[in-house]
Design a protein around this ligand. Structure first.
Ligand code: BES
Ligand code: MN
Ligand code: ZN
Length: 490
């Protein structure tokens, strides 16, 4: 999608026209300009129809003048007090939904830009672009492209162009996540995930792939136990982007290319969705892509555990005991609580090898997080109030919401094992997402500020969200890019 910013668009370039307004007065200030671009009668009718100026209100009309069909949308951005990146990106998503033309050139005129928020147009364009993503690789009949280009008329061309190059990088990272998550598990195999990580090499990211033998030598038996029933190989992949000499921030991701549940097999209903159980790893790849392609001056290390959880004569059994890289022994009471086993070793490895200042893991870890939060918020668990604040603030900026849960020692009894140092599931009922996080906490080294983000209920949506269609959302890239930027880049 081609996105451009111009001081003044020319009539010949105009396709569909979107006018963003706040109030009736604000709207009247652009009427003449709009009339110079599109059939004036249509403009009067659309503006007259617009009576409600609350956020997201849309009035649309299609004009046919001199044989050319053009669509006009008048959209309200609501009260100025609501103006933010998140509100304008969401408005972009709303605009995308409201456009009915196919393969449309969209021209955006906005009355809402000001020196206080000169980049409003870029945020709107970003929202349209994010919402436009679809996956039709395996369909003979491809879906029509609804928006082919966006041209924004703005007094702040330079500001918008600059912000847009950043938003483009972030969007591409989010799209990487969506396609990796949407690809079926017979395509997005562990080997393929490794290939996806290797693509970051072209951006100056250093890639290290640990195979089974390497991981055996590190003693990563918790991870290897999960993969031992599969015909696919298991890997830990490290992606290092060294844009500064600071201590790194480590991003850790759960990369289960398929989670059958193992011997504790999942019900067949919706088991297919478990092809998306590598989304945490994809978020790490997508975030590093976004950061490296912007050449941010920051040091990030991504570590992902890439494994398939299958059933076979080689599969690990409930009751097995494994010794993790940390030395702690784990009773595998439930083979379906595999993500935490994989993360236990990858978190420990990241701490040991890279001594990060901050470590954030992202994982589709528990079904229970959906019970707690539904599809609106991701679960946040952290040992640091400061990091909680950084992440929560970034979440507000980008509109990828998080809610903090307790990581209180009182939950620890629940994962005590009779035979090993710890058990991979809770004994009691309830708080499944918290006991999972308590388990991970045992594999964090001292002095690291660590956060775990459980994205199991936000990584994919059966209906579609403000900025994504039904299916994979890419949740996490926009959030983590903002966390890293706000923490490390001035
Ligand atoms: N990958 C699942 C969690 C999940 C469930 C993600 C639904 C997305 C949608 C995870 O490995 C899992 O199976 N968790 C179990 C844990 C239980 C056995 C303690 C769960 O949530 O049921
Ligand atoms: Mn599982
Ligand atoms: Zn899983």
């Amino acid at each position: 999608m081609d996105i451009s910013f111009l001081k003044s668009v020319s009539v010949e370039d105009v396709g569909s026209v979107v006018v963003v307004v706040t109030t009736k007065d604000g709207a009247s200030s652009v009427v003449d300009r709009v009339k110079s671009l599109i059939d004036p009668g249509c403009v009067d009718a659309a503006f007259a129809a617009m009576t409600d100026f609350k956020y997201g209100s849309v009035e649309g009309l299609t004009s046919v003048s001199t044989g050319v069909k053009r669509e006009l949308l008048v959209v309200s951005s609501g009260d100025q007090a609501l103006f933010s990146r998140a509100s304008f990106e969401k408005l972009g998503g709303r605009i995308f939904d409201s456009i009915s033309a196919k393969d449309a050139k969209v021209t955006i005129l906005n009355t809402v830009e000001s020196a206080a928020l000169p980049e409003a147009a870029a945020y709107i364009a970003s929202g349209i672009s994010l919402k436009s993503w679809t996956f039709d690789k395996y369909k003979a009949v491809k879906s029509d492209q609804k928006v082919s280009s966006i041209m924004c008329e703005t007094a702040y061309v330079d500001e918008n162009t600059k912000v847009m190059s950043r938003l483009d990088a972030i969007r591409d990272g989010a799209f990487t996540v969506r396609s990796m998550a949407t690809e079926p598990a017979n395509v997005m195999t562990p080997d393929q995930v490794v290939e996806e990580a290797r693509k970051l090499k072209s951006l100056g990211v250093e890639i290290t792939v640990l195979d089974r033998r390497n991981m055996e030598s590190f003693g990563m038996n918790a991870l290897l136990g999960v993969g031992q029933g599969s015909a696919q190989s298991s890997y830990t992949v490290v992606m290092e982007y060294k844009g500064s000499k600071d201590a790194p921030i480590a991003l850790v991701g759960k990369g289960l290319t398929f989670d059958s549940g193992g011997i504790c097999v999942k019900p067949s209903n919706k088991m297919g969705e478990m092809k998306e159980d590598m989304t945490g790893a994809a978020v790490v790849i997508g975030t590093i892509e976004a950061i490296a392609s912007q050449k941010l001056k920051t040091h990030v290390v991504g570590c992902i555990g890439v494994v398939e959880n299958m059933i076979s004569g080689h599969a690990q059994r409930p009751g097995d005991v494994v010794t993790s890289m940390s030395g702690k022994t784990i009773e595998v009471d439930n083979t379906d609580a595999e993500g935490r086993l994989v993360l236990a070793d990858v978190l420990w490895y990241a701490c040991e090898e890279y001594k990060p200042e901050i470590m954030i893991d992202v994982a589709t870890l528990t079904g229970a997080i959906q019970v707690a939060l539904g599809h609106e918020f991701a679960g946040l668990f952290t040992n640091s109030d400061e990091l909680a604040e950084t992440i929560t603030r970034a979440a507000d900026v980008v509109g990828e919401k998080v809610w903090r849960f307790p990581l209180h020692p009182s939950y620890e009894d629940d994962i005590k094992s009779d035979i090993a140092d710890v058990k991979n599931v809770g004994s009691g009922r309830g708080a499944g997402s918290i006991t999972a996080a308590m388990f991970l906490k045992k594999f964090i080294c001292d002095n690291v500020q660590w956060a775990h983000i459980d994205i199991a209920a936000v990584s994919s949506d059966s209906k579609g969200r403000a900025l994504s269609q039904k299916g994979a959302t890419g949740f996490g890239v926009r959030l983590l890019e903002e966390v890293i930027r706000s923490r490390y880049v001035n």
